[in-house]
Design a protein around this ligand. Structure first.
Ligand SMILES: NC(=O)c1ccc[n+]([C@@H]2O[C@H](COP(=O)([O-])OP(=O)(O)OC[C@H]3O[C@@H](n4cnc5c(N)ncnc54)[C@H](OP(=O)(O)O)[C@@H]3O)[C@@H](O)[C@H]2O)c1
Length: 279
């Protein structure tokens, strides 16, 4: 195995932690938001010039989906403008950029899994900011992989799994009208390890989620049962949020499986691994 020099931004976020753990055998340069603000182009450029990384894995993002409705400028500054600069710098230093996007780039009203080339139509401001980031990277056309992921969770960080597992509430009302693919950050991270080891050099945009389609309600029931929480989980039709959420945002990952020669684990398998690490 050849060791790579890898910059990880947003290293203390949910995905940043998972990817850092999965890539320990490489030479990692991990930066939290305090250590490296991706909106500070000068600072970012300096780090890349010093380190000369093989890869830049951008786990930094503005992820406050509801707040983005009123903080549009901030969301675009981090998810689009900074990402454009990162892509330019990565190209200048011949580093491969790995970046993550979201199922929210779609309207979420389909009735079959979204393919990568399906027309985009962001459902909310956060989705629009992430789509602008995708487009900037694609246009700059350096060596890059963009992975659209969805419903991310892990045994750490702020996510739905942690909320159900740790809330004091004995009754939870959870929407059963939104269908998607809960995706383990640990499985995304294992896949990143595979990507770096087996570089197919087929740069571009891909989908990566655990395989399967369930509602948030189904997911809550799954967590409740597995962790023996004994909560009452009630299905509801509507959960009012500032930003719209998709009714159906399952993504087709078959191209990813073929190009990277990788079998993506099911929602259930991904879930079992997260449960095993949960404490
Ligand atoms: N979570 C999901 O369900 C989900 C779904 C689809 C796609 N994604 C995408 O997956 C990626 C990882 O998301 P995540 O769930 O790991 O998010 P997260 O836990 O919110 O982590 C994002 C990290 O980015 C950092 N950050 C924010 N602004 C920054 C800046 N200006 N400079 C440097 N770092 C900055 C944050 O630091 P602070 O906390 O200090 O601000 C945080 O550590 C993102 O691209 C996200 O859009 C996530």
């Amino acid at each position: 195995m050849s060791f790579k020099k890898i910059i990880i931004t947003g290293a203390n976020g949910m995905l940043g932690i998972a990817i850092s753990n999965a890539l320990v055998n490489h030479q990692l340069f991990r930066f939290t938001s305090k250590e490296l603000d991706i909106t500070c182009t000068h600072q970012f450029h300096k780090k890349v010039a010093q380190i000369k990384p093989d890869y830049i894995i951008n786990c930094a993002a503005y992820t406050a989906v509801d707040l983005a409705e009123t903080e549009q400028e901030k969301a675009f500054k981090i998810n689009a403008i900074a990402v454009e600069k990162i892509a330019q710098i990565a190209k200048q230093y011949n580093a491969t950029l790995i970046h993550f996007s979201t199922d929210y780039v779609f309207q979420g009203d389909a009735n079959q899994p979204y393919t990568v080339d399906h027309d985009t139509d962001p459902i909310n401001v956060y989705g629009a900011s992430k789509l602008a980031g995708e487009k900037a990277i694609t246009q700059i056309a350096g060596n890059h992989y963009i992975f659209r992921i969805s419903w991310l969770y892990a045994p750490y960080g702020k996510n739905f799994f942690k909320w159900v597992a740790t809330t004091d509430q004995s009754q939870l009302n959870v929407v059963n009208t939104q269908i998607g693919s809960p995706t383990s950050a640990i499985d995304v991270a294992s896949f990143m390890k595979h990507v770096i080891l087996n570089e197919p050099k087929q740069y571009g945009l891909y989908h990566f989620t655990n395989y399967g389609a369930i509602s948030w309600y189904d997911f809550a029931v799954m967590i409740n049962k597995k962790l023996e929480l004994g909560k009452e989980i009630n299905p509801i039709d509507i959960f009012k949020t500032a930003a719209k959420r998709p009714a159906y945002s399952v993504m087709d990952c078959s191209v990813t499986q073929n190009i990277f020669d990788y079998k993506i684990p099911s929602v259930e398998k991904g879930f079992d691994k997260v449960v095993a690490l949960h404490q």
